[in-house]
Design a binder for this molecule. Structure first.
Ligand code: ZN
Length: 127
């Protein structure tokens, strides 16, 4: 008889990219605390993680198949002039005097926008 159980490994660890069971509080592989992650997005050029106080960019290689190991952290409170571009979907902000532009796939663009709004981050929509 087949046992009736359900395991889903769809909670992706932002640090190592491994799929975890939905109810996991720490990553099964690297033990990273998964509860800090507010939003995790896999996009073409990078994976993006949003926590309560920072945005983390995990850069991907040219072929977009794996991460390069380059990780860039942006503290949310240091982001200035936060904008969402349209119709080309881009997330744009100024960070320590430098302009940062992150092109996003449509679904990720919408999800990031919604989540930042719920965190109380102010942004403008630009053409
Ligand atoms: Zn992990």
């Amino acid at each position: 008889m087949k046992e009736a159980y359900e395991t889903s490994f769809n909670k992706i660890c932002p640090s190592c990219g491994v799929g975890n069971p939905r109810d996991a509080s720490n990553c099964i592989v690297c033990d990273r605390d998964l509860s800090e992650t507010v939003l995790f997005l896999e996009d073409s050029f990078f994976d993006l993680e949003l926590t309560q106080d920072e945005l983390v960019e995990y850069r991907k290689n040219f072929y977009r198949t794996r991460r390069t190991g380059k990780v860039v952290r942006y503290t949310l409170k240091d982001m200035e002039e936060v904008k969402f571009g349209h119709p080309v979907k881009r997330f744009i902000f100024k960070y320590h005097g430098e302009r940062v532009v992150l092109p996003l796939e449509e679904v990720n663009y919408e999800r990031l926008k919604e989540t930042l709004e719920s965190l109380g981050i102010k942004f403008r929509n630009v053409e």
